[in-house]
Design a protein around this ligand. Structure first.
Ligand code: PXP
Length: 240
């Protein structure tokens, strides 16, 4: 299976917001990601709009030609926006409003009824749904009951443990991905995936449909571009 790369552009919005104005331009960045081969664009608008704003979500919908994925906690406000924008996919996360970043998946057993209702509403509007989840059998069976199309594994623990023992780190995810095949749940993954740990994860999960990556990818843009950019500035100063 070819695994799709969806680029999460939250960090670009964070940098823009730190200065006011429109540099870097989130919309242009998303368009260029697509131009360079990204298979999708992901945003995770938070209630305080500290990075992606509601306006960004609407503006991106106009330009994204690949898969548009909106992540978030299914508050009434969030669901209203998603139904209005109609992205390709909506990834539901159990985050508190002020959470720094997602750090756990859904308790699909406890929230089964709530999730089923939300998922039905989204699917009725032609939106594919994915549930952010930890690789635990009972939670996957719970996810199946919500009638979600896919799950997204929270890969933070994998990324954290990768350098200690990658075979151990991937074990629960590889097994859970096999269960997903049995349960006919599509498999996405995200959080702290990077150039260091991505290939091995993909090799161990042959049914991995999509990864969404933001933090490490933007960090790599900075570092891999650094030498070139410092030289360009020195050239402008006539000192190179
Ligand atoms: N998936 C979800 C649900 C997330 O909240 C995030 C972070 O916004 C990601 C994937 C991407 O994680 P990272 O920025 O570490 O690549």
């Amino acid at each position: 299976m070819n695994t799709k790369l969806s680029v999460n552009v939250n960090k670009i919005a964070l940098l823009r917001n730190s200065r006011g104005g429109n540099v870097p331009n989130v919309i242009q960045f998303a368009k260029d990601c697509e131009r360079y081969g990204a298979d999708g664009i992901t945003v995770h608008p938070r209630p305080d709009e500290r990075h992606i704003t509601r306006d960004d979500v609407y503006a991106l919908k106009e330009v994204v030609t690949t898969e548009f994925n909106i992540e978030g906690y299914p508050s009434e406000d969030f669901i209203r926006m998603v139904l209005d924008v109609k992205p390709t996919q909506c990834t539901l996360v159990p985050d508190a409003p002020d959470q720094l970043t997602s750090d756990h998946g859904w308790d699909t057993l406890k929230h089964e009824d709530f999730l089923r209702d939300v998922i039905r509403e989204l699917q009725k509007n032609g939106i594919r749904v994915s549930l952010f989840i930890d690789p635990i059998r009972a939670l996957l069976e719970g996810a199946l009951k919500t009638e979600t199309d896919r799950i997204e594994f929270y890969t933070g623990p994998y990324a954290h443990d990768y350098s200690l023992n990658r075979e151990e780190a991937v074990k629960s995810f590889a097994l859970a991905a096999q269960w997903c095949d049995e349960l006919q749940l599509g498999v996405n993954a995200g959080h702290d995936l990077s150039l260091q740990n991505l290939r091995y994860f993909r090799e161990q999960l042959p049914n991995l449909m999509e990864v969404s990556i933001g933090h490490a990818l933007v960090n790599d843009c900075l570092y891999l571009g650094l030498q070139n950019v410092v030289s360009m500035y020195k050239r402008e100063l006539g000192t190179l």
